[in-house]
Ligand binder design. Structure first.
Ligand code: SDX
Length: 416
């Protein structure tokens, strides 16, 4: 038995599956969904098109999209039943903890509805474009459910009623409408329609969030997707596997980093304090959130796209003074030998929090905005595993044992 090398820790050198969903080249900063470059998808596609692409492997035709979209948008979250569940949380519960629990809550419905889980799993995965069976549509619906559960987690803390998903809106517009957190801000006009004020999200913000959703939809075997597959490999209901992935994404080393970046920028305060902050990072007293990545050893390609989206959003909302601190930190770190020698560059989380803050979201809701699109990637990988020709094998890694060798039991009175 050889000693566990540092290079093996944290799955550094481990490929756990073969996958045809997402390709990353960490040395050259390349990211593709099913072969399509992320830059082209962000510029020309919509989040729902990308969702279809990631799950089913091809860009949807108009007919396929006209089937897929309503299935996602009319996902049928049971507001009446779910309301009691959401109201059980304290007023200040973190929305990520609420959302993690909410996915597990959905699992409670499927157990009782399906006598045979194996049959359900098969039915769920067989469903696809043109599928009409109830189970087969479940995967579409989870994508839509995620927006409503997130909106319920947001509104329950404000003591506000829940909003039934509207019709006639796009996926992202519907999400913003259900949140309805912007309609009271003067940055986002409310348009009056017959019979009352109907809030319509600002089109620039809808497109900005749709692009952010595209960029966050999948990223091959990141910690949360691995968690979904690790959990899913013992064949619980898929909602329970998704709940496990949500818990993994919550951490500040993963999806929680977008919230941690803003807390870091607020603590730095202004560009003049950047050198002292970086000195503390080098002393390992602080972490430079939003920098570094296990795979990218150059800048994360998503960070360039997000930086451009930020300028478009700030043109509508007004620039955030924290942007100056962020840019000073970004520029100083990229020139500093400590970070350059460790190949640390901005990742997807460095700029995204500034956009969410400009759009009026509270900081602790930022990781939720990562979960909503990432449900698509989790689903795509879970489905790929369930449909694998060689069947599902439980994920059960080994260890290197370094504990004591065999020794006899010592009775209590003889222990000192
Ligand atoms: C996401 O995996 C994915 O694809 C994730 C993601 C996705 O889309 O799913 O891309 C989304 O989670 C992006 C990452 C968000 N997290 C952060 O921004 C948190 C800050 N980053 C670090 O915690 C770290 O960079 C990780 C967790 C992202 C990666 O950690 P690794 O691969 O285990 O790297 P490491 O800790 O071994 O670092 C190598 C060296 C170490 O220095 P030495 O001990 O060798 O001297 O770089 C240093 C680390 O101390 N280092 C940092 C640092 N990141 C790494 N030093 C200061 N600040 C940092 N941010």
């Amino acid at each position: 038995e050889r000693g566990l090398r540092v290079s093996d820790r944290g799955f550094l050198n481990t490929a756990v599956i073969e996958s045809s969903i997402t390709y990353i080249d960490g040395d050259n900063g390349i990211l593709r969904y099913r072969g399509y470059p992320i830059e082209q998808l962000a510029a020309k596609s919509s989040f729902l098109e990308c969702a279809y692409l990631l799950i089913y492997g091809s860009l949807p035709t108009r007919a396929q999209l006209s089937y897929f979209e309503p299935e996602v948008l009319n996902h049928g979250v049971m507001h009446a039943d779910a309301a009691g569940f959401f109201r059980a949380f304290r007023y200040d519960a973190h929305p990520m903890a609420i959302l993690t629990s909410a996915f597990a809550y959905l699992g409670s419905y499927y157990r009782e509805a399906n006598p045979s889980l194996q049959e359900y799993l098969h039915e769920w995965c067989k469903g696809g474009p043109g599928c009409t069976s109830e189970h087969g549509q479940a995967d579409f619906r989870l994508i839509g459910k995620a927006t409503t559960l997130a909106a319920m987690a947001y509104r329950v803390r404000q003591g506000r009623e829940f909003v039934v998903p509207p019709t006639g809106m796009s996926y992202t517009e519907s999400f913003l409408f259900q949140l309805d957190h912007l309609s009271h801000s003067d940055a986002f006009p409310t348009t009056l329609t017959s019979g009352g004020a109907t809030y319509r999200p600002h089109p620039v913000l809808v497109r900005a969030l749709d692009i952010l959703f595209i960029l966050h939809a999948d990223h091959e075997m990141n910690a949360s997707s691995t968690t979904v597959l690790q959990t899913g490999s013992s064949l619980p209901d898929p909602y329970s596997a998704i709940a496990a992935g949500c818990a993994s994404l919550y951490g500040p080393l993963h999806g929680g980093a977008n919230e941690a970046v803003i807390r870091m920028l607020v603590s730095i305060g202004s560009p003049e304090n950047v050198p002292e902050f970086l000195a503390a990072v080098k002393r390992r007293e602080k972490v430079l959130s939003g920098f570094g990545h296990r795979v990218y050893k150059t800048s994360d390609p998503r960070s360039f796209i997000i930086r451009k989206v930020a300028d478009e959003v700030f043109a509508v909302t007004g620039a955030d003074p924290l942007l100056n601190t962020a840019m000073a930190l970004h520029d100083a770190a990229l020139k500093d030998a400590y970070f350059v020698s460790r190949k640390l560059a901005p990742n997807v989380d460095f700029w995204s929090g500034l956009i969410y803050r400009a759009m009026g979201f509270p900081m602790d809701f930022f990781p939720v905005l990562f979960v909503v699109p990432r449900v698509v990637g989790w689903l795509a990988h879970w489905r790929q595993m369930m449909l694998s020709p060689e069947g599902v094998k439980i994920w059960r890694p080994r260890q290197i044992y370094v504990g004591p060798s065999e020794r006899p039991y010592v009775p209590l009175e003889e222990r000192q």
